[in-house]
Write a protein that binds this ligand. Structure first.
Ligand SMILES: Nc1nc2c(ncn2[C@@H]2O[C@H](COP(=O)(O)OP(=O)(O)OP(=O)(O)O)[C@@H](O)[C@H]2O)c(=O)[nH]1
Ligand SMILES: C=C(OP(=O)(O)O)C(=O)O
Length: 217
């Protein structure tokens, strides 16, 4: 199977973390976004059955170093939004693999473990399926049916939207697959699960412990 990972411009990404972890230097927020993507992608590439990870990036130049992990990095087709970026990436993957499963994986899963992703793929068993985020409202992973369309409906309430459009809700996804990072509380949550080495290295440099919801001025 193949996986598409969307990444918007690092200067715009994860705006909800603005002023939280790195109040004095916002370049570190971009470093954190890239590090979380690197850990997510490294776990995906190490997952049995995952043959290819394609990064659909708004700014491929900003994330070129992800190629060193083994990911393909392409532009997102000048996509207007996340779903358009995913459709662009999924179309490229489908062309290369007409019959396989295509997954859309969020780039902000720094605690992801290969065994947990493999278990989710096994549970879906070639059916279109969705993994809800830890809050139960968003989506961290959407799998197409074998040879089928991805039909992404990311955005507010996407877990329910994916189920409404026929995706099987995965019954037993692991916390490492469900815990995406949007807010400072999520950073604390994901730390308790254990993040990958890239994210850990960036967070070690944070002035703030990233365990409080309070922004530091
Ligand atoms: N290529 C591409 N990726 C996108 C786009 N919009 C969102 N993404 C990516 O999709 C993933 C999920 O988005 P969100 O979790 O909402 O992250 P975000 O938009 O960076 O976060 P906020 O700014 O806090 O809303 C992240 O990896 C984003 O970088 C887009 O228009 N194009
Ligand atoms: C766009 C989504 O991501 P997030 O909730 O992380 O912004 C989603 O879950 O559909």
């Amino acid at each position: 199977m193949s996986v598409v990972v969307p990444i918007k411009s690092l200067t715009l990404a994860k705006s909800r973390l603005l002023g939280c972890c790195f109040p004095s230097d916002e370049r570190n927020r971009a470093r954190l976004v890239l590090a979380m993507a690197a850990d997510t992608i490294a776990a995906a590439l190490a997952t049995p059955g995952v043959d290819r990870v394609l990064v659909a990036a708004a700014r491929p130049d900003e994330v070129a170093e992800l190629r060193a992990l083994g990911a393909d990095v392409v532009d997102d087709g000048n996509a207007a939004d996340l779903n358009a970026a995913l459709c662009h990436g999924a179309a490229l993957l489908r062309r290369a693999d007409p019959d396989g499963v295509i997954g859309a994986l969020q780039a902000d899963l720094p605690a992801l473990r290969s065994d947990d992703l493999a278990a989710a793929i096994a549970e879906a068993d070639g059916k279109r399926a969705v993994c809800a985020d830890h809050a139960g409202t968003g989506t961290t992973l959407l799998l197409s049916a074998s040879g089928g369309p991805l039909e992404p409906h990311f955005g507010d309430g996407s877990a329910a939207a994916h189920v409404r459009s026929g995706a099987l809700p995965l019954a037993t996804p692991a916390a490492t697959l469900r815990t995406d990072v949007d807010t400072i509380d999520d950073v604390a949550r994901v730390r308790t699960l254990g993040v990958g080495r890239n994210t850990a290295a960036v967070l070690r440099g944070a002035r703030h412990s990233c365990t409080s919801a309070e922004p530091v001025s």
